[in-house]
Each structure stands twice: as C-alpha cells, then as structure tokens.
Design a protein around this ligand. Structure first.
Ligand code: SF4
Length: 352
C-alpha cells in the first residue's frame, strides 16, 4: 500500500544560517529523521543507493599535512608509497568495478596538485574509464582553471575536493593550504562545467558549530555539490588524530539527516569510516538520507567492508543499486552474480 506523505522540503536554499541549522540539530531525533525522510522521498527513490568504486592511482608521500591522512608525507604511518599507476592497470580495475555493479569510478592521487608531466596520463585514464561506460570522478588536489578545463574536455564528470571542516577549524587540521584555496579549486571545477563532489570529515575534534559551518559552506555554494561525502574519521596510527575522541554515532546520523534537508537534491555519501559501522548504524544513515556509498574492498588506503557484506546488507534492507539510465534490472542482477561468483574464485577484490 502506498502511504501518502506530508510535504517535505524540496526548495534549494543558499542562505542557511547557523541558528537555522542548529535548530535542525536540536530537533528530537525522531522528528529530525522524519523530516529528512520526507525530503529524501520527494527527491529520490528511498530504496536506491548509488555505488561508486574508489581507486588510489598514486599513493602516499603527499606534501600536504592533513592531520587525518595516512598519505601525508609529514607523518610516519608505515604506508607503502606507490607511484602513479599505469593507465592500463587503472582501466583493468575500472572494468572489474563495472562487473561488480559500480556506476562511477573514482580515481584519487595524493598530490598537492597534478604536475604538468602527469596530466597526459591522467587524461588518458579519464578517457579510458569513460569509454567503458562508467561515470568518472577524480581527486588530484588543487586545480587551476587550465587543468580543470583539460579534465572536463577529456570527459571527467565529477571532481572531488572536500572542504573537510568549517573555515574556523580548518587551520587546526591543515596548515599547508587555506580554506580559500579549496573554494578556488571548486570554483574552477564549476567554471569548467564538471560536477562537484565535496563534503567533510566528522570526529576530528570539531565542535557542533563547526559541523554546522561545514554544512552551511556546502549548502550555500552558488550551486550545491551534486555529491556530498560525509566521512567519519578513521583514526590511523601515526597521524596526529590517532587518539581523537570518538564522535557519538547519533551525532553522525544527525549530521547526515541535516545534510539531506539542506541539500535535498544532492547524493549524500556515506564514505570513509563505514568499515567500523555496524549494519544497523549504516541502515540508520540510509534512513537519514544517505544514498551513496563507496564499494569495493579498498577505500583509498583505509579498509572498506568487503563487497559481499554490502550486497548482503542491501538485500536485507531491500535496497537496490542505482543504475545508469541505460542499464536494466538484468544488468544489475548479472553484476551481483558476477560479484558473488568472483568472491568464490578469488578472496580479494582489490589488493591495493
Ligand atoms: S588528504 Fe589528500 S591532500 Fe591531504 S595529505 Fe591526504 S592525500 Fe594529501
């Protein structure tokens, strides 16, 4: 039976204030989740989750000093550094991602910004992945207008560049670049016509007001990001945040719900930190409006739940993977069968 739902919010606003956002966070938990569900149902199929695969194409030795990141060259985390991956290897991983049902392939490089000499390889990767029929996403650090234009021309659909946290808390987490640098890159990405994937990380010792500030920055952009990853800090030994205090899980779920209400048409992505979340916690985040995940065994350099755990959870929750318009149910069914078969043949999805 179809329930008739009261009206939720679909209007996209760019004038959120701290008081309004705080009022949402202050709602009783059930009321907040109900509002988020209303907004979610008016803008998306509530039982569909978009699935992306993330691959690290260049790992470690990053000159930036992001305090949460094991890839920063400033900290000793024992991470094995890797040079830029060969184009053919990247395409091989992308083919596997497609076989297992991913619709978007994200490639991440630990750079301050891409060097001119690396651009031809990166552009080849974009073209190759695109030819496989996958949506393409990259995260390569800062971009000037010329590099953003080259990527857009090669067919890059999304550029990921997280704001990480509020402008006020930013220099407690990163000192090698400024919040304005982030906004400048996002401006170049928009100017080049690409879609934006931008979000942040929770549990880094920020205050509730900082969480409001992050969401306000994202929602009040001239055009809201199409994808908004909300990460839970993964505390990696050797990074300055290895002993950060745990964030209350309910506050994480509340943040997802508030993000859903403030950015009604964006995909809110449950991102890093999912590995340590119970199935029940993940189910609550989907209820709060998260409708995108990373899929595959490796989320850059932090562990991600094995693909079959995701498939089982989707099945238990009656969630379908969002398809690209050209693909049918049989394609999805086949992708799931391929994954299950592959897991019997081969214990590991990604060895990276
Ligand atoms: S988050 Fe990105 S920019 Fe920061 S240290 Fe890690 S790889 Fe470098």
């Amino acid at each position: 039976m179809q329930l008739s739902m009261p009206q939720g919010q679909t209007e996209i606003r760019h004038d959120w204030t701290n008081e309004e956002v705080q009022a949402l966070f202050d709602l009783p938990f059930n009321d907040l989740l109900f509002q988020a569900q209303l907004v979610h149902r008016q803008n998306f199929d509530p039982n569909e989750v978009q699935v992306s695969t993330l691959l690290s194409i260049k790992t470690g030795a990053c000159p930036e000093d992001c305090k949460y990141c094991p890839q920063s060259g400033h900290y000793n985390t024992g991470l094995e550094k890797e040079r830029l991956m060969q184009v053919e290897k990247v395409l091989e991983k992308a083919r596997k991602a497609k076989e297992t049902g991913s619709t978007r392939f994200c490639m991440g490089a630990a750079w301050k910004h891409p060097a001119d000499k690396d651009m031809p390889y990166v552009l080849e990767m974009v073209k190759g992945v695109k030819e496989l029929g996958l949506e393409t996403c990259m995260t390569l650090g800062m971009l000037d207008q010329s590099k953003a234009d080259q990527l857009a021309e090669a067919g890059l659909d999304y550029y990921n560049h997280n704001l990480d946290t509020s402008p006020e808390f930013y220099d407690k987490i990163i000192t090698t670049r400024t919040f304005q640098d982030r906004l400048d890159t996002l401006h170049h990405v928009r100017e080049s016509g690409m879609k934006i994937c931008s979000g942040g990380i929770l549990g880094m010792g920020e205050t509730a007001t900082d969480r409001n500030g992050l969401l306000i920055q994202l929602a009040n952009m001239p055009k809201q990001p199409e994808s908004v990853p909300i990460n839970m800090l993964v505390k990696v030994e050797g990074t300055p945040l290895e002993n950060a205090e745990d964030l209350d899980n309910l506050d994480f779920i509340r943040t997802i719900a508030v993000a859903r209400i403030m950015m009604p048409k964006s995909h809110v992505r449950l991102s890093a930190g999912r590995e340590s979340m119970s199935d029940e916690m993940q189910a609550m985040t989907f209820m709060a409006g998260a409708n995108s995940i990373f899929y595959g065994e490796c989320l850059l350099t932090t562990p991600n739940p094995e693909t079959h755990r995701d498939l089982k959870l989707f099945k238990r929750l009656g969630i379908n993977m969002e398809q690209r318009i050209s693909e049918s149910d049989e394609t999805q069914e086949q992708a799931i069968m391929n994954t299950l078969q592959k897991q019997q043949d081969d214990q590991f999805y990604y060895e990276a």
